[in-house]
Ligand binder design. Sequence first.
Ligand code: G6P
Length: 766
Amino acid sequence: MHLFRMRLILALIASVTIVSVASTYFDVLAHRHALRQELENRTKWMGLSIEPDVQGPLAAGDSSALAGVTQLLRAGTGALGIMVYDVRGRVLGSAGPSEVTSALGHGVTKTLEKGTEESAFGHTGEWRWLEEVFPLHNGRQLIGGMTIVVDAGYIHEQDVDLWRRSFWRVLALVILIVAITAGMVGWFLTRPMKRVTERLRHLRTGHAEKTGEPDLSLFSPLAREVETMAESLKAARAAAEAEARLREAGERWWTAERLAVHMRDRAGSSRIFVVSNREPYVHARKGREIVCTVPPSGLVTALEPVLRACDGVWVASGSGDADKLVVDGCDRQRVPPDEPRYSLRRVWLTDEEESKYYDGFANEGLWPLCHIAHTRPIFRAGDWECYQQVNQRFADAVLEEMAESEEPVVFVQDYHFALLPRLLKRARPDARVAIFWHIPWPNPEAFGICPWQAELLDGLLGADLLGFHIPLHCHNFLATVDRVLESRTDRDHMTVSRRGHFTTVRPYPISVAYEGIPNVGADGDDPAAEERRAQERRSLLSESGVRAEQMALGVDRMDYTKGILERLTALEQLLEEHPYYRERLALVQIAAPSRTRIPSYADLRARVEEAVERINWRYQTAHWKPVVLIERQCNHEEVRRWYQAADLCLVTSLHDGMNLVAKEFVAARDDEDGVLVLSKFTGAAMELRDALIVNPYDARAAAEAIRAGLEMSRADRRQRMQRMRRQVMEHNIYLWAASVLGDLRELRLDDAEGMDLSRAESISVS
Ligand code: G6P
């Protein structure tokens, strides 16, 4: 930059000087020309006016008179010299300094020869002059000539003066221009350049967030481009690092990139189709704009890398109020909207369908049927009719999408689509169909409540692969099939054979997108980190006007299976039995509104609010209350802040297929601190053995677990958290997707005996 500035300044000096000198030169020429012209005119007038005084004595050939006349005329006119010649060029009279008169040119000869006026500038020694020669006549006859010499020295002096003034002007100009240029270079180039450099350095070192967005003025477009490039480089570097770590870890850990490559390598010509009730992108109107959001769902995180890698199709119900505006004539949209890589096909449900299929059969029927939470399932014939119709509509949409695909792979999600596998397989026997049941499967007696259990089982058994979170749900399913249908179940190989079709049943514990590496072995006692966490806790709690030294956290949908009321009872028990925690501990309960049209959900909400009010009323003081209830959908980032600030996370579901909150909490705790209190009735309890496992129905035991968690030593907390983090990282969502889809690809559809996955290159994590 310094060299650039020097060069720029030198170039400017050179060009300003050249331009100024050239312009001065022409000024001097013009000025000199004007002065000479004026002097010539003046001399001519002078010559004309003194001619008569010379003509007489010349005509008479009186040289002594001429000598006197020339002296007089010289004195009278102020001329430098006057000389008079006869027609042969002899000097008859002369006045003036001899250095000048002797140095005069040959103008007189020309005048006497041609009879014309001649003029010439000359100089010698210190003299500079103009000689003007006039022809002299007597009547028409040329009788001689007269030379008038005038001083022209002042013209030269003015030339010199002009050059001198020009020199100072040029100098001032150069100084001014150099100063302005240097200032401008500094302001418009050096400073922004420094900021760009600084910004890029931060991007390179990964500290860009801390510095914020600087004003990069004219470099902004360039900087934006470079930033995008730097971001890609960062992502590439992170991916490369992840790859290196994977290699280092002997391929044990899964990442989005590894999943994408894994699936692409094995997909062959097959295309993949995902079906779920919730869509991965929702478009909503916000004023005049259409805003696209990604619902906070682990499923999108898991399946998107696969769909992107294989240009798949996701079929889902369109729920955003602007979804219809962004699809094409076939209800398709390429997504992600910013970087289209796969297709989203939307199915539109009417209000009646929403109410009967989703609210009714799925959520008032199957949901409480499968969760032992003591909320009675409600089965209405009208809802069942609608459930069948909606399943058929989704099947039609999927079949339409895969019409051109050979041996398509279909991955159906959850209890909304129990009939879909059969509908698809009947129309496309060449398709490989898997369905994952994200909720528990109860024992045969409990499931037997459903009037249409046989139809549901038959629908599910259309699938080639049926996944549950844990082995218990697989066993419950096989037992239910045994009890209800005519079929052959093989408990050893976990398969069901019915009318010549085999279904393999497998546990695949779902997880979160945690890709980090546990900080095992590092010195974990970082007082600064503790202080940061305390500060964050204070700041988060102060938004609700609460001061507390310790914070417990619950994050759930407002759902009766989540044990929110039981959690509140446990807290109340703790405060009653251990008054020490009054004014010390606050429970923050984030409860995202869910399925609000269903009476049992509205009822739960009222009961939770009532319980919170009651407990708060009982214990609260001026700056503290035991429960902060946040009833809204919080985004990933917000929830992550709460997870990281909490001392303890309470997951007290009465029954849960997995419960990803438990795993999200663990994955969020980079500081390897925090205690997880986890219900024994969750799928997660099978994996996270280092949580404090509780029975949520036992309020006293749950209260004790909270107390034990709050009083646990840092070393114990750290050890438990490290082990849980390793478990979650090694069994992340990418492994889940790779396992289900990998197993589905390995199945041999044509050979009944070949359904044994143990012979295939299985990566199942059961
Ligand atoms: C459970 C189900 C999911 C469902 C989610 C949210 O986890 O297994 O399929 O998407 O709850 O419920 P919602 O009814 O809002 O989709």
